[in-house]
Structures are given as C-alpha cells and as structure tokens.
Design a protein around this ligand. Structure first.
Ligand code: ADP
Length: 489
C-alpha cells in the first residue's frame, strides 16, 4: 500500500559508502514499509557481495588515515556527532517510529541511549591505556599497548535501529577502526540518517560505510564480511541461528567475533518480594517495544506464596497501562510487531501453550487494530513442555510458572542454553546475594527491570553470545593487544 507520502529531512534512499550516497551496482532496490500501516516509506539499494567488497576496500583505505588520528581528535568528532543527534533527536525518533513501529516515547528513549554511546566511547577512546609491567630481566622492559584492530564488519537487527548501530560503530570508530555495516532490511533509514549526521560532524569519508541489502542478499553480504581477509572483526546482533553461521564463516579467516544473540530471560518473583516493585519491573522489561527486545522477560517464575497476588496485580496494571496503537499516537504504549511473520510466531506460541493447558488471563489474540498488532497477553499454568518456555517469545506475552523453593527457581532459570538477561525480585538480602551469584546470565537485574546504559557492559553467557558492548569493556572488542619487549637496556 502507498499511503500519505512520508517525508523527513533525514530520509535517505541510498547507501552510504566512502562519504557518498550510492546505489547498488546491479541497480536493484527494495522497499521499506511502516509496520503499523503497511505503507511503503521508500526504497534503498539492494546491495550484494560485490558492493560489499568494494565498501570493505574503501574502509581499508580510510583505516590507513583514521588509525593515525589521536584519541582526542576522534573524541571531538564523536562529541560533535552526539551534539548533532541531540539537535535532531525529534526527527531521528520520528523516523525510527515510522520504520520500526515502537511508540514515540520509546523511540526518543532509544535515540538518547544510542547517542549516549557516541559520548561514552568518545571519552573512553582517551583512556585506552596500555601497561608497563615490572620486568623479571635487568636488561629488558615489558610494554603493552592497544591498537585498533582494523576494518570491522557489522550486522544489526531491526528492534533498535539506532542504538544497535551506535553501540557497535562508535566503539570501533573511537578505537581508530573503520566500519562496513549492514543494517536490518526492515530498518535501514535510521542507520542512513546517522551517516548524514556523522558526515556533518566531520567524520572522514570511508570511516563509516552503510551497505543496505534485502533479506535475499543478507546471507551473501554476511559471507563477504566474514570471509574477506581485509575485515579483522565481526560484530553481530540478532538471532542465535544467524550468529552461529557467522561464527562458522569467520573461522575461515580467524576473525575476532562479537555476538549478541537470543535470550530466554527468567524473571523470578520470590515470596519476600515487594509485589508493586515486581509488577513495575515486569511491565518495563516485558512490554517495552511490545516484547521485542533480547533482554525482555521470557519466563515468569513466581513463588507459590506470592503467585496469586502477583498475577492479579500484573493483570490490573496491564489492563490500566497498556494501549495498542500507532507509534506516533502519544497515548500508545504498544506498537505493532515488526511484521506478519512475527505475529504468526507469537500467536503460534500462545496457541501451543493453551493446547497444552495454559490459562489465558488477558489477551491471547491478534488485535483488531491490524494484522501486525498482538494483544498484551498474560498466561498462567505454564509448564516446561510448552514452546513459550523454551523459545524466545519476542512478543507481548507474559507466561507464568509457579515454583516452591529458591533452589528450584535457580535450577529452572539456568536450565536453558541461553544466558543474556535474568531478573529477580526479593527483599531478603542473603537471597539477593545467593541468587545474583548463581544465575548464569551476563546481565542480572536484582529488583530492577531496566538495566541497559552505555556505562555498563552488555553481553550474554552460553549461546547468548561472545564479548561485551558498552562499558569499559566495549572498546577492547576493537583493540588488539601488543606486547613490546624492549631489550638492550
Ligand atoms: P530476525 O529474525 O529478528 O530478523 P536475524 O538474526 O535473522 O533476526 O536478523 C538480524 C540481522 O541479520 C539482519 O540484519 C538480517 O538481515 C541479518 N541476516 C539474516 N540472515 C543472515 C545471514 N544468513 N547472514 C548474514 N546476515 C543475516
């Protein structure tokens, strides 16, 4: 469908390579749609392996100069980029809502979070300290320095079209690396808008290159990034399946790899918890982005003494606070899911649970607002054999399980191959320490449902990923360590 023409001063329908707005060599393009209305917003180039190879060569050339800049020079450019994003935050958020669907307020929050990485990594660049280690030899000195790894290949998902770009690209750029990035096919415009502002901030041509491709070319672009020997680092956020493919492909050239993959987050409510606090935490980490974040609570484990009170109160607050609608409507808290396939997957998980005995307290259906809207749903009587307990739901469905003891809760929480985020609510200080230590997760929220911030490391254990983004650890992913042994002293 083609609705009212969407216009924005930051909408660019070309890819960005070597500081220029470019088309695919093949001349092919693909359409980008608003998931709320189905309207076509525009097109972008459908680039392939050849276009990607060219962008990699451009990034390699740019690296020769960019690596020679001082940390202070890079910091100043990142700071200017951040200032421009703050100035343009309204337009960046509007673009994000239109291509991705999340409510305006969430989009504004994401732009603030995304911009925070420019500031954070710009500052961190100046602290990429090495070491001088006491030497056991009288005539030798041990020096350790950190240097940029080189050209970085990046592939990002649609659920955070702004922040997933900046969390990776700003770390690399701050470290002195150059970037070839393929944004998700559903949300290329936020990435391209960031390129425009980077150019205005004075980022030299070739340091940040964005290659757009449709789903049908994604595998070829990914393979080129992973197997091209010029590329020294791959950073990916997305599904575990695709992450495993990229890791395998990167073995061919022994690339350093960072992966942020799927999760199956437990959200444990102990008898000692403050019910109101637990419900507030649940609302924040289950329904933000309509449940489409990799740190969204996936399994609610609730102790038997508090179970009925928690379920009742969660249902009340869901009823009172959640409003389905178009993301641009200020009253909306629940935008559409990204596409029809996502809705079908969520609906399939709910139907599977209901068939196996789950009870629907709220929701449970595709909403009358449109094909891509799913009702906020609360399910109880969930058991281990249900698919929503094993798989990442990625939708607005809260599935509750009753447990008896702390040991049982921790065992259930850890019985998954995933290990990204875990949450628990308790007012028992001993229990807080025990459970925080025992959860096999890269991020643990103890009496807190929202954790992400540029200052803290983000990353998963087990099959949820490799490496960390953000925090003081995020820069190291783009730096190589060099030990220089100074002899003849
Ligand atoms: P989702 O199912 O949520 O879209 P994906 O992991 O499939 O998650 O997508 C995340 C990113 O990975 C997107 O940019 C997508 O285009 C890209 N992608 C998908 N398949 C491949 C692949 N085989 N190789 C490289 N990138 C891929």
């Amino acid at each position: 469908a083609k609705g009212a023409q969407f216009t924005s001063s930051l909408l660019f329908e070309k890819a960005f390579v070597d500081g220029k707005w470019v088309t695919a060599k093949s001349g092919k393009t693909f359409e980008v749609c608003n998931p709320s209305t189905g309207d076509v917003l525009g097109t972008v180039p459908d680039m392939d392996a050849t276009d990607t190879r060219q962008a990699i060569e451009v990034a390699f050339k740019a690296f020769q100069q960019w690596r020679e800049t001082t940390a202070k020079e890079r910091c100043v450019i990142l700071r200017r980029w951040s200032d421009l994003c703050v100035e343009n935050k309204g337009e960046l958020a509007r673009l994000l809502v239109t291509e991705m669907g999340k409510p305006l307020q969430d989009a504004q929050g994401e732009v603030g979070y995304g911009t925070g990485f420019m500031e954070w990594f710009g500052e961190e660049a100046r602290r990429a300290y090495g070491d001088i280690v006491p030497s056991p030899f009288k005539n030798k000195r041990i020096l350790i320095m950190k240097q940029p790894i080189g050209v970085c290949g990046m592939i990002t998902p649609w659920n955070f079209p702004n922040a997933m770009i900046t969390r990776k690209a700003c770390a690399a750029i701050a470290a002195g690396c150059t970037v070839v990035l393929k944004p998700a096919e559903d949300t290329p415009y936020s990435a391209l808008a960031l390129c425009k502002l980077a150019e205005q901030a004075g980022l030299p041509p070739g340091v940040l290159n964005v290659v757009t491709s449709s789903r049908s070319n994604a595998a070829a672009v990914g393979k080129e990034l992973c197997e091209n020997p010029i590329v020294k680092k791959i950073s990916f956020t997305g599904s575990t399946n695709v992450g495993k493919i990229l890791l395998q492909q990167s073995a061919s050239t022994v690339k350093k790899v960072s992966l942020e993959l799927g999760g199956n987050a437990p959200f444990i409510v102990f008898d000692s918890a403050d019910v109101e606090a637990a419900v507030t935490g649940a609302m924040a980490c289950k329904f933000r982005c309509s449940g489409q974040t990799c740190v969204c609570a996936n399994r609610f484990l609730v102790q038997e003494g508090i179970y009925d009170r928690f379920v009742k109160r969660l249902a009340e607050v869901m009823n009172a606070d959640l409003r389905i609608g178009d993301g641009m409507d200020p009253a909306t808290t629940q935008g559409p899911l990204i596409n029809k396939a996502a809705v079908e997957k969520v609906d399939g998980l709910v139907k599977d649970a209901v068939t196996k005995g789950a009870k629907v307290v709220l929701g449970g259906q595709i909403d009358a607002k449109g094909d891509n809207f799913y009702q906020p749903t609360l399910l109880t009587d969930i058991t281990g054999g249900m698919r929503c307990f094993q798989e990442e739901i990625f939708g607005p469905v809260a599935a509750c399980v009753k447990f008896k003891t702390e040991e049982e809760a921790v065992a259930i929480a850890n019985a998954t191959q995933y290990g990204l985020a875990g949450y628990f609510f308790s007012r028992d200080i001993g229990q807080i320490w025990r459970v925080a230590e025992k959860l096999e997760y890269g991020l643990v929220g103890a009496n807190e449902g929202l954790m992400s911030t540029p200052e803290a490391p983000f990353g998963g254990w087990k099959e949820s990923g490799l490496g960390r983004e953000g925090g003081k650890y995020g820069l190291d992913e783009y730096l190589e360590v060099k030990y220089v042994c100074m002899g003849g002293i």
